[in-house]
Design a protein around this ligand. Structure first.
Ligand code: LLP
Length: 444
């Protein structure tokens, strides 16, 4: 796909030199609402969700998409996905709380946590939320919680670690012997037979091999291993699974020269053998789940930011902006690439190479390294692309910089869906101990 096709795939285009996102003038938005600001395109969330849903429907009708809430927890985003019929995957009780707050019923949520505390279990069981266990040792503790609050044990699931992982960075590879997640092959039979013995009557199984996978082939070995295990459990324990959850991880093209993930190939690699096993009557007729976050939410959002300082230190050109790794952590934490473009091209002929840097007092606060951009001036606006997944959710108030606001745009309308934090937000949870409240004169 050429560059302009790639932009339009993300609902971006230049009209008379001005950048439009979802048919809306980005400069007008920046001027009206201020920067840095996250802008979420409702249409794109629906579009990517439907692409996945269509792909699944064409393979196997009994399917569910559980949106990985950790990628974007905005209530409006959750509402949009609910209206599409989505289900949800939560990694913490806070995410469950957020989903319930947005009106999502508990039977549409799966809780794939790790290192669960008893309080986590109690919260989930009280709300009738399905728990996807991460360790054999958690099974008895969970059972005790069911018994304590006198709830009937019903459905249980384990996260399987297939030992083959993939991802855009070592931190996002979530399978392998050295990795903390899930249970390995040698414990699987023991886990499900113990669950049966403890009174659970229905079973699911899950794996998630990593995040940011753009080559469908990376799914091949883990998918094979997953199916081998599922067949083994079905055969040895006579378990018919209620669901088989293939996790998320589907990548998006952050670079203009990257092609989108080939969904047909993905579905061939991941689901073909699953379908065969179902057709051969080997594993019953479970629901097929996937748990994508990034694929649905990443391309829905841009981060608008303003250039405040152009600095030529004699060796390098820096473009200083008002968004830093407090606003978007991914480039600093993983070295991730987010494409950066100007909101106005008019009158800009010359291209120059910049390090696009934020205002945080650390040298690692670089959002774009050695980026070729039209010659910038102080006051120019830039758009940082593909920030809808793990963008706002990983932002912080480091350096006491209040978090940014979020806007939703749809059909030519703009809705403010999160206020920018205030200075008061920075201090309001803090408590000054009494002895420090006493008036004392300053020394010296
Ligand atoms: N399911 C489970 C159990 C997960 O742990 C994750 C992501 C997902 C689904 C969704 O993965 P996705 O489809 O979004 O790739 N902060 C990192 C990504 C960490 C993902 C952690 N788990 C980043 O910014 O790239």
């Amino acid at each position: 796909m050429d560059y302009f096709e790639w932009l339009s795939y993300k609902d971006l285009e230049y009209r008379d030199g001005i950048l439009y996102f979802a048919n809306m003038n980005t400069i007008e938005i920046a001027e009206k609402y201020g920067t840095p600001i996250y802008i979420i395109n409702e249409k794109m969330i629906r579009k990517r969700y439907r692409e996945l849903k269509d792909m699944l429907n064409s393979v196997y009708k009994k399917n569910r998409i559980h949106f990985a809430v950790k990628s974007n927890t905005n209530l409006a985003v959750l509402k949009i996905l609910s209206s599409e019929g989505s289900f949800f995957d939560c990694s913490s009780t806070g995410e469950i709380y957020t989903c319930l707050k947005s009106g999502i019923p508990s039977d549409r949520i799966i809780y794939t946590g790790n290192m669960f505390t008893d309080n986590d279990f109690e919260f989930a069981v009280k709300q009738d939320i399905l728990v996807n266990l991460d360790s054999y040792s958690q099974l008895e503790r969970l059972t005790k919680i069911y018994d304590k609050i006198e709830k009937k044990k019903n459905l249980i699931s384990f996260r399987f670690n297939p030992e083959f992982g993939a991802g855009h960075h070592p931190y996002t590879i979530t399978a392998g012997k050295e990795i903390k997640f899930g249970i390995l092959e040698h414990q699987v039979i023991k886990a499900y037979s113990k669950a049966k013995e403890l009174g659970f009557t229905k079973f699911g199984i899950h794996q998630h091999i990593g995040s940011g996978i753009i080559k469908a082939n990376d799914y091949e070995m883990p998918a094979q291993k997953f199916l081998n295990i599922i067949e083994k459990i079905a055969e040895e324990l006579g378990i018919q699974f209620e669901f088989v959850d293939f996790g998320g991880g589907l990548g998006i093209p952050y670079y203009p020269e990257t092609d989108p993930l080939d969904l047909n190939r993905y579905s061939d690699i991941v689901f073909k053998r699953f379908k065969e096993s179902v057709e051969n009557g080997e594993i019953g007729e479970p629901y097929l789940f996937i748990e994508p976050g990034r694929y649905i939410s990443a391309e829905s959002s841009i981060l608008l930011t303003q250039v405040n300082t152009i600095k030529d230190n004699g060796f390098k050109l820096f473009a200083g902006i008002d968004a830093g790794f407090n606003t978007l952590l991914r480039p600093t934490l993983y070295g991730s690439y987010h494409h950066i473009i100007v909101c106005e091209k008019r009158g800009k002929q010359e291209d120059l190479k910049y390090d696009v840097v934020g205002p945080i007092c650390e040298s690692g606060d670089v959002l774009g390294k050695e980026r070729v951009l039209p010659k910038l001036s102080e006051g120019d606006y830039l758009a940082i692309l593909d920030v809808g997944a793990y963008g706002f959710t990983m932002s912080s108030s480091y350096n006491s910089r209040p978090r940014a606001a979020e806007l939703l745009i749809n059909d030519g309308n703009i809705y403010k869906i999160r206020n920018e934090e205030t200075f008061d937000d920075l201090v309001k949870a803090q408590i000054i101990p009494k002895h420090l409240k006493e008036k004392k004169s300053y020394r010296g």
